[in-house]
Design a protein around this ligand. Structure first.
Ligand code: AMP
Ligand code: GLY
Length: 295
């Protein structure tokens, strides 16, 4: 048994340009944008934005394909990196330019069987690599889940203005959506606006979310397979949870791997603590780092 979207529906994450044009077709709130197919187009489009401006590679880039450029010089350099120097390979051949939104970010994830939806507890992801939002974006360095970030009224607004039109739009375009649907939102003064879709649970959002889940995840998944998700709810711990990522030095650019890891048992002996492995390997009876985000 498999839970997840079809290949066609997964384009919501696989192409940021597809996702953005889909939002436009279905009136889903999002930032103003332009699409550029080549460097010259991009420079021309850039002239219609004012700084700060957001540059996004169209394709998958493990969280490294988005630059919030503080000034036009940084924007131009990013366009050069993506489109001429091709530092992300084919993922950066086409780009999106977006006006910069401000507010609090939220990761809102729902499970859907194509009929009903089951919203998961909300989370907030912190993507900048260093403390105090400094440095380049990553896949996510810290996430926390706490109900206070999502009052009922806001939840209803997100479901009505984003989730329902997305699912209806996908069905109307012949790509009915099933599985986990993740929307990255900016909660602006004018209401929630979509930054991105992911066609899966987020990393590191999933860790604090599942730490708070009091229902049986397998049962929920089985109910989803049976198309009965509308009939179930999930129980959540009222306590918040937080996930802190330990990354290799050099991440997100180039990471140093092969370092020995110790102290996991001691960490897990603390109450309420769980260590999730992301980029680890076990060789010669040693636990070693093997990726950018390690634990
Ligand atoms: P994305 O992968 O599209 O979610 O972008 C990664 C990160 O870049 C987001 O989590 C935001 O922190 C930031 N970002 C993306 N789009 C915008 C935008 N239009 N305005 C401000 N920040 C943005
Ligand atoms: N933390 C964002 C993501 O999983 O894409």
């Amino acid at each position: 048994a498999i839970i997840g979207p079809t290949r066609a529906a997964a384009r919501l994450e696989g192409s940021k340009i597809f996702a953005k044009q889909f939002m436009q077709r279905h009136g889903i709130p999002t930032a103003k944008f332009a699409v550029a197919e080549n460097f010259e187009d991009a420079i021309r489009a850039l002239a219609t934005f004012s700084a700060p401006v957001v540059i996004k590679a169209d394709g998958l880039a493990a969280g490294k394909g988005v630059v919030v450029a503080r000034d036009l010089e940084e924007a131009e350099k990013t366009l050069d990196d993506f489109m001429r120097r091709k530092i992300l390979g084919p993922a950066g051949e086409r780009v999106l330019l977006e006006s910069c939104l401000s507010g609090e970010e939220m990761s809102f994830i729902v499970m859907t069987d194509g009929r009903g939806i089951l919203p998961l507890a909300p989370a907030q992801d912190h993507k900048a690599v260093f403390d105090n939002d400094q440095g380049p974006n990553t896949g996510g360095m810290v996430a926390y889940s706490d109900d206070s970030i999502l009052p009922d009224e806001l939840r209803q607004e997100i479901v009505a203005t984003v989730i329902e039109p997305t699912l209806a739009g996908m069905a109307a375009e012949g790509m009915p959506y099933q599985g986990f649907l993740y929307v990255g939102l900016m909660i602006t003064e004018d209401g929630p606006k979509v930054l991105e879709y992911n066609v899966r649970m987020g990393d590191p959002e999933t860790q604090p979310i599942v730490m708070r889940l009091r229902s049986d995840l397998c049962e929920i998944l089985m109910t989803s397979l049976e198309g009965q998700l509308a009939a179930v709810g999930a129980r959540w711990s009222p306590n918040p949870a937080v996930c802190v990522v330990l990354a290799s030095e050099g991440y997100p650019a180039k990471s140093k791997t092969g370092r020995e890891i110790t102290g996991i048992d001691a960490a897990e002996s603390l109450g309420g603590v769980k260590v999730f492995h992301a980029g680890t390997a076990f060789r010669d009876r040693q636990l070693l780092s093997s990726g950018g985000r390690v634990l």
